[in-house]
Design a protein around this ligand. Structure first.
Ligand SMILES: Cc1cc2nc3c(=O)[nH]c(=O)nc-3n(C[C@H](O)[C@H](O)[C@H](O)COP(=O)(O)O)c2cc1C
Length: 262
């Protein structure tokens, strides 16, 4: 039985919730799967105060640490995580955004290397910005973005497009099921390698300013590594990344203090 966690950023059990339930049904056509539903409205995270403690001192110093820890443990132990949000003004809801904000420390110190994420959104039909934001967060946390499903208002669709919508559920459920079988961590491309190198440079430059980041890089012995986990990187990708990174580093040295030694 696959255990899937769904984090739902709608303030109500409406179309987004129904879309996730329909997706759970579609997943079960490919094998037993059970979804745990978390309504962010019932978690009721307080507003982030912007104290930066999670980034500079560690997750435990956040005023919502108990909730964040519980959510993070659930994310790490699921076979896959669905992040679901309706479209609000072309974007995610404030509830979903707040959830992402509480995990900002994972941009600095990624941990989700074995977690597969899938996005679901409901709305009029334009989902681009929702998935772009969700994906950039997930990948920055170290996770793998498996795919996404935008769900338009079913009742207003013509018979032809209802069929297409049903087919999409089936296709994407198959895609996520397949992805859950993959145990190997992905080989990073130029983009992810660049981000690795940039965060490494920032950790060195901010040694005194951000002790939590520096501790993560030194305790995990990452300063001399090519990536967060052992992986064979194609020589072409490595060379191109090296060139782009040197350009980025010389820019940082010109613009910001503290980058002379990195
Ligand atoms: C404040 C607000 C803003 C919205 N903005 C958009 C939008 O920009 N684009 C869109 O397609 N739908 C928009 N909608 C419609 C919702 O995305 C759509 O009805 C969605 O399916 C609602 O999901 P829910 O039932 O889970 O709340 C908006 C709805 C609300 C309440």
């Amino acid at each position: 039985m696959k255990k899937i966690l769904a984090i739902i950023g709608s303030p109500r059990k409406g179309e987004t919730y129904n879309a996730v339930m329909k997706f759970e049904k579609a997943l079960n056509d490919f094998g037993p799967a059970e979804v745990e539903y978390i309504m962010l409205s019932s978690i009721a995270l307080q507003d982030c105060t912007g104290c930066h403690n999670c980034i500079l001192k560690g997750r435990e110093s956040c005023r919502e640490t108990l909730k964040v820890r519980e959510l993070q443990d659930k994310l790490l132990s699921a076979d896959a995580v669905i992040l679901a949000s309706p479209v609000y003004n072309q974007h995610v809801t404030a509830l979903m955004k707040k959830f992402l904000d509480y995990f900002t420390f994972l941009w600095h110190r990624p941990e989700m290397f074995d977690v597969k994420f899938f996005g679901i959104s409901s709305g009029g039909g334009i989902f681009k910005e929702v998935f772009k934001l969700l994906r950039s967060n997930v990948e920055s946390w170290g996770g793998t973005w498996v795919g996404e499903l935008g769900v338009p208002h079913y009742d207003s669709l013509t018979a032809k497009f209802r069929k297409k919508c049903d087919r999409d559920f089936n296709k994407k459920a198959g895609m996520l099921t397949k992805a859950m079988e993959v145990k190997k961590r992905p080989v990073p491309g130029i983009g992810r390698l660049m981000m690795f190198n940039i965060w490494k440079m920032n950790a060195k430059a901010g040694k005194d300013y951000n002790p939590a980041d520096y501790a993560y890089w030194s305790e995990n012995d990452l300063f001399d590594k090519d990536f967060y986990y052992p992986v064979k990187i194609n020589i072409f990708v490595k060379t191109v990344t090296g060139i782009i990174f040197r350009i980025a580093r010389s820019f940082m040295k010109k613009v910001y203090v503290g980058y002379d030694e990195v």
